[in-house]
Design a protein around this ligand. Structure first.
Ligand SMILES: Nc1ncnc2c1ncn2[C@@H]1O[C@H](COP(=O)(O)O)[C@@H](O)[C@H]1O
Length: 195
């Protein structure tokens, strides 16, 4: 039975980028999820946009669940006030665990790690392993080159036309939050063993 979205994995940068709009968006997203009663699932770090989104969600009284591989705890420094932090043995188990904990995914601006996480949940949905909503935020034009690449892959016949509907691209945090309150959480997803 589909139900309301209760937990959202946010993929975002371990750096904050050059434009303060990215950090503002991270804070708005964290606070917005918290005030809507949605749990934030994220990579557990206390740095960059990851730290901003977690702090904002916690400050707004939200539930935050961090998932970080042991080797990264010294680099991405878990957010100090985080009560719920799972430490995994590898990047792969981190990604699988974040996938399991989330009803939906939101990509905020970030670097290569953010790209990897985003493309992975898109491809898992393309392969029919899940039906969870995927929202890409285009803050300060961050997502435009990515969307252009995806569209080019469709135009060149490497990706099916219908796969364009796997993800939504929105310009504002308020649009992402509105979508999350409208869509339903899918009934089931692939067991971790299939990921
Ligand atoms: N290859 C990767 N797969 C998944 N996640 C990764 C990978 N490389 C880095 N990450 C994590 O993603 C976030 C954001 O990284 P940015 O490169 O700053 O976007 C961070 O937690 C990385 O550990």
């Amino acid at each position: 039975m589909p139900s309301a979205i209760q937990s959202v994995a946010v993929f975002c940068g371990s750096r904050s980028g050059t434009d303060p709009a990215h950090a503002e968006a991270a804070r708005a997203l964290g606070a917005g999820l918290a005030t809507r009663g949605m749990t934030l699932v994220y990579g557990g770090g206390g740095i960059g946009l990851m730290g901003e989104v977690a702090k904002a969600a916690l400050d707004a009284g939200g539930r935050v669940r961090g998932v970080i591989p042991e080797f990264l705890t010294r680099i991405e420094r878990p957010y100090p006030a985080l009560a719920e932090l799972e430490i995994t043995s590898s990047m792969h188990t981190r990604k699988t665990r974040m996938f399991e904990l989330a009803d939906a995914f939101v990509t905020l601006s970030g670097g290569l790690g953010t790209l990897d996480e985003t493309v992975e949940v898109i491809t898992w949905r393309q392969l029919g392993l899940h039906d969870k909503p995927i929202i890409i935020l285009d803050i300060d034009g961050w997502a435009r080159p990515l969307v252009t690449l995806f569209d080019s892959l469709i135009d060149r016949g490497f990706v099916a036309q219908g796969d364009r509907s796997i993800y939504e691209v929105v310009p504002r945090v308020t649009d992402a939050l509105a979508l999350l309150t409208q869509v339903e959480a899918p009934a089931g997803a692939a067991p971790a063993a299939r990921l």
